[in-house]
Design a protein around this ligand. Structure first.
Ligand code: XMP
Length: 419
């Protein structure tokens, strides 16, 4: 996808770890910027009609004089930034490249709507709606462009949080009046997962089953196009930005991860946006705040938060406990101050006291972390009063739970999820 947005400034990555943060700082000034590796051919860079180039390089990065000289020979301003000095770059964009700050949410929506219309014409688009921020905003944007030509498919795999299926249907079918196919595949997933303890096996079953269920539903829609909520970091982290294939951070499931037999042309209207820009677009399109400020939720959902074998009864307890924790986090203002906070179900029994009687119940672990990249994470020091309140509410209100523990392990040595 090639954009001719005015005022594009290209960040050329000659070996700079924090380049995404740098790009964000420039975008925050409403200046459109793209990140490209130093190996990008000059002709490709020029396709974007950039008004300036910024060469980003950490002190220790190796130099690539021939490539650098080729960029410097172009008839556009070039800034060489070794210190990741965002203020100096921003000054370069405004003073030297004469950028006026034209990259706004309204402008983006206008362009994206026109792009989607031009791409799909009168064709149909099918989109897998997960209820997460990215797929929700992508759905709202594609819907704005082509209305009923879009069909969203929402698969309930039985591993969703409390009230989630109802909420998604209410927003997209009722408020937005979208074509929404809701599939309750709970039995299908949970039957396949019965007796499976091993986390990676669980993940594989959930992933494979999801593709099957989605493909069946998509085939009925008979659409040549597949809408996806892939965002800019998904692409940035999937390509070796510094030219070194070992530099790939992670291969995202929605970037190049589709099975070969799903023959769709992709429609990815958020592919140029960072997460906070996606949120701003979602707000502008009228999505409710509970959808916009959602914390990241793993693809395998509660499947990796229900430790060991997944049973319906365990999921019921986990869902109820997680809803209580989330409710208290929201009420105390901590939800927006944590990157991810959730409950995990541990199939460990201990003795508890309920209504003066001894009972034997399971365990809920609470986890709250902050991170910038999910590669490392710090435990959030939630107030003790909040934890205590949740620790009392859960065993009192959730039948079958007798104990609540707080997970105070950072990543590393732990991971964010329990599995
Ligand atoms: P970990 O547990 O690896 O989590 O420290 C890092 C981040 O990734 C999310 N996560 C997943 N997301 N499929 C996903 O889509 C998965 O299998 C998966 N496992 C972990 C996790 O929620 C955290 O944000």
């Amino acid at each position: 996808m090639v954009k001719q947005t005015p005022e594009t400034v290209i960040l050329l990555n000659f070996g700079c770890k924090d380049i995404q943060k740098f790009a964000r700082a420039i975008r925050a000034e409403h200046i459109y910027t793209m990140v490209m590796p130093w190996t990008t051919p000059v002709a490709r860079v020029m396709q974007e009609a950039p008004v300036g180039l910024i060469v980003c390089r950490d002190e220790a990065a190796s130099e690539h004089p021939a490539e650098l000289a080729a960029f410097q020979a172009l008839n556009i301003p070039v800034l060489i930034d070794k210190g990741m000095d965002a203020a100096a770059a921003i000054a370069f964009c405004k003073d030297t490249c004469k950028c006026q700050g034209l990259w706004t949410v309204d402008r983006f929506i206008e362009e994206a709507v026109a792009d989607v219309k031009a791409q799909v014409g009168t064709g149909k688009v099918v989109l897998g709606l997960s209820g997460g921020v990215d797929s929700s905003v992508a759905a709202a944007l594609i819907h704005k462009a082509i209305g009923k030509q879009l069909t969203c498919v929402f698969v309930n795999h039985g591993l969703l949080r409390l009230g989630e299926p109802e909420q998604v249907q209410k927003i997209f079918r009722d408020a937005f009046d979208m074509n929404l196919v809701y599939i309750d595949a709970t039995d299908r997933f949970l039957d396949k997962l019965a007796g499976v303890n091993e986390p990676e096996k669980k993940r594989k079953i959930i992933g494979a089953e999801f593709i099957d269920v989605f493909a069946e539903a998509a085939a009925k829609v008979d659409a040549p196009f597949l809408g996806q909520g892939s965002i800019y970091p998904d692409f940035l982290e999937s390509i070796p930005l510094d030219g070194n294939p070992n530099g790939v951070i992670k291969s995202h499931h929605n970037v190049g991860g589709l099975p070969e037999n799903l023959k769709f042309e992709l429609v990815e209207p958020l592919a140029r946006l960072f997460k906070d820009e996606v949120r701003a677009v979602g707000r502008k399109l009228g999505l409710p705040e509970v959808m916009i400020d959602r914390q990241p939720f793993p693809g395998p959902s509660l499947g990796v938060r229900c430790v060991g074998e997944i049973k319906r009864e365990y999921l019921r307890m986990l869902r109820e406990a997680d809803a209580i924790f989330t409710e208290e986090l929201r009420a105390s203002g901590w939800y927006s101050k944590t990157w991810q906070a959730f409950a995990a179900f541990l199939p460990v029994k201990s003795v508890g006291m309920l209504n003066g009687e001894r009972h034997y119940g399971y365990t809920i672990a609470l986890r709250a972390i902050n991170t910038s990249d999910a590669v490392t994470a710090q435990v959030v020091h939630l107030p003790w009063e909040l934890l205590e309140k949740v620790a009392i509410r859960i065993p009192t209100e959730v039948q079958g739970i007798s104990r609540v523990v707080f997970d105070c392990t950072p990543k590393p040595p732990a991971t964010i999820e329990w599995e």
